[in-house]
Design a binder for this molecule. Structure first.
Ligand SMILES: NC(=O)c1ccc[n+]([C@@H]2O[C@H](COP(=O)([O-])OP(=O)(O)OC[C@H]3O[C@@H](n4cnc5c(N)ncnc54)[C@H](OP(=O)(O)O)[C@@H]3O)[C@@H](O)[C@H]2O)c1
Length: 527
């Protein structure tokens, strides 16, 4: 076992004082929590640079500053800060937040060499939280944002002589089983990934091979929808044979490797959260944006669109509140300012997770959420349109497949009968079946865990934080009372923050389902 040397006390505000932090992904969920905490708790921050890609809204092209105004500055994440120090916050946004319109997936972010170097000269620390978190993204897009962007970000960090904190995921551990430590992941796929003389995996060569395969698919398939499906299937196939369940985790692992290669001899921290859910406490309990992994299943159940799922009740499901993750990122950022890691490991790797310090089992999580749904469904008006009528049952894989086949036969027969009497063939039962199948294809790996993530190094880092500050930057999941968090904090947060307007409800599909559905025929073929 590796011993962790005793180091001096750490203070986040002191370490980040006078720094200009470049943050990516701020239009997304996690980076907003990071941004808010950074602004709220580091009084002497020099400023923040937000690298945001240009976008389109209602047919209008908008740049980074406008996206900041519409999607970040107005976010409810700042409600508490706005109430306490509204004028100060507005001034900070105007004077200390710089928004750069750039494509993280392009060389020099598409800015040209001169502007890129000028940006590097202003950057004191880089935190990369931009990613495609769609598990079944077409391979070309996932590769660009989750892997290739790291070549450009490490070029910036090198030019800036700045540390890089790369937000990864515990699930880069892929198909490996057992205890997952805060170490470099060696893949467990049937197709080995070659390593160079320096011990690093040959990730550039792997990316080039994947790009050649992408090009071959592109030359074969012209129809845009079918091309997207084919590239999604290619991603899953490549992920599976190299040792991962999906394209997301495969390309994120490649991103870690690209970061390690690009930051040799430099300060690099890889921070791997597990499944990030709503905030535990700060800036408000239950804050979240969008409907995340487990929530897609909760939402489908709440809408009566699914009532059973393949899962392993005795497995540890690793959920972690977003504020604990944001704190971990800031602790890692503070430590990174001390320079490259010393000792045998050239880079720092931390896991921000609950599985080792306060585990919750899949079965207990489902039992708690279901009990709350039955007891208090009326309190969650945006989540539940009516009282949930069925229990949510979990079954093993084989029983799931048998049940799906049985229900499918029944639904087909029933829809045949309806057609005979002149009614539309599609029945609610068939729709439910499709939703259940899509959810299972996308998420069942995460509900059948055979691994436990460990975070001993992160907890050791947290012990370095000065005593009065420790309260402000908690990272330890031992703090969580699961019943209170899941049943009150998270359900209320999901209802309040993730599901906003009533009109949006009817049109709102279970997130990722539309995409998963589009990719279904190939995705199934790939399994
Ligand atoms: N959510 C989780 O449960 C979870 C768990 C473990 C690790 N993580 C990691 O945490 C980080 C943040 O995740 P999140 O949940 O906050 O994701 P999110 O809400 O989906 O936000 C993703 C961010 O990445 C940006 N992005 C996506 N594709 C891009 C592209 N091609 N070019 C430039 N920017 C792009 C998005 O910008 P646009 O607005 O321009 O699309 C957005 O700002 C990611 O690194 C993810 O891998 C997340």
């Amino acid at each position: 076992m590796t011993t962790i040397p005793m180091r001096a006390e750490l203070s986040v505000p002191a370490a980040l004082s006078g720094k200009r932090v470049l943050l990516t992904g701020a239009t997304g969920f996690l980076a907003k929590v990071v941004l808010e905490k950074l602004i709220r708790t580091v009084p002497d921050l020099e400023g923040v640079i937000l690298l945001i890609r240009g976008g389109e809204q209602n047919g209008e092209q908008i740049g980074a500053r406008e996206r900041f105004r519409r999607q970040i500055a107005t976010s409810s994440i700042f409600d508490a800060l706005r109430a306490e120090r509204g004028a100060w916050l507005e001034r900070f946004f105007d004077e200390q937040v710089e928004c750069v319109t750039g494509e993280v997936t392009e060389t020099h972010f598409g800015l040209g060499t001169e502007r890129f170097l000028a940006l590097a000269a202003r950057t004191g620390l880089v935190i990369n939280a931009a990613a495609s978190v769609n598990f079944r993204e077409p391979l070309d897009q996932a590769l660009a944002i989750n892997t290739l962007s790291l070549f450009h970000l490490t070029a910036l960090a090198r030019a800036a002589r700045a540390p890089l904190v790369q937000v990864s995921t515990c699930y880069v551990n892929g198909y490996r089983q057992g205890d997952m430590r805060e170490e470099v992941v060696h893949p467990a796929g049937r197709t080995p990934i070659p390593r160079g003389a320096d011990g690093h995996y040959e990730v550039e060569a792997l990316a080039q091979r994947l790009q050649r395969k992408i090009e071959r698919v592109r030359s074969r398939v012209q129809d845009p929808r079918r091309l997207e499906q084919a590239l999604t299937a290619l991603g899953i196939r490549e992920a599976n044979r190299h040792g991962w369940n999906d394209t997301y985790t495969f390309t994120k692992w490649m991103g870690e490797q690209a970061a390690m290669r690009g930051m040799q001899g430099r300060s690099l921290t890889i921070l791997r959260p597990s499944i990030i859910e709503s905030t535990l406490r700060a800036p408000a309990p239950g804050w979240l944006e969008g409907v995340k992994v487990a929530d897609a299943v909760i939402l489908a159940y709440a809408r009566g669109r699914t009532s059973f799922f393949p899962a392993r009740p005795s497995g540890i499901i690793d959920v972690i509140p977003a504020d604990l993750v944001a704190n971990a990122i800031l602790l890692a950022a503070a430590e990174a300012t001390e320079g490259p890691a010393q000792g045998p490991n050239p880079h720092r790797i931390y896991q921000c997770c609950s599985g080792s310090s306060n585990p919750i089992l899949v079965g207990d999580l489902i039992r708690l959420l279901q009990a709350e749904a039955k007891r208090n469904w009326q309190q969650y008006d945006k989540l539940f349109h009516k009282e949930p009528r069925h229990d949510f049952r979990v079954v093993g894989n084989i029983r799931f497949r048998l049940a799906m086949a049985g229900v499918a036969l029944g639904a087909l027969a029933w829809s045949g009968l309806r057609r005979l009497v002149g009614q539309p063939g599609e029945t609610p039962a068939m729709e439910k079946l499709r939703t259940t199948r899509l959810l299972a294809i996308t998420f069942s790996f995460y509900a059948q865990p055979r691994y436990r993530f460990h975070n001993g190094r992160l907890l050791a880092l947290a012990r370095r934080v000065k005593l009065p500050e420790r309260e402000q930057y908690p990272v330890d999941a031992a703090l969580i009372d699961w019943e209170d968090y899941l049943c009150r904090v998270h359900m209320a947060g999901l209802n309040r923050y993730a599901l906003k307007r009533k009109e949006a409800r009817a049109a709102q599909p279970v997130p990722d389902l539309a995409q998963a559905q589009a990719a279904l025929p190939q995705a199934e073929a790939a399994r």
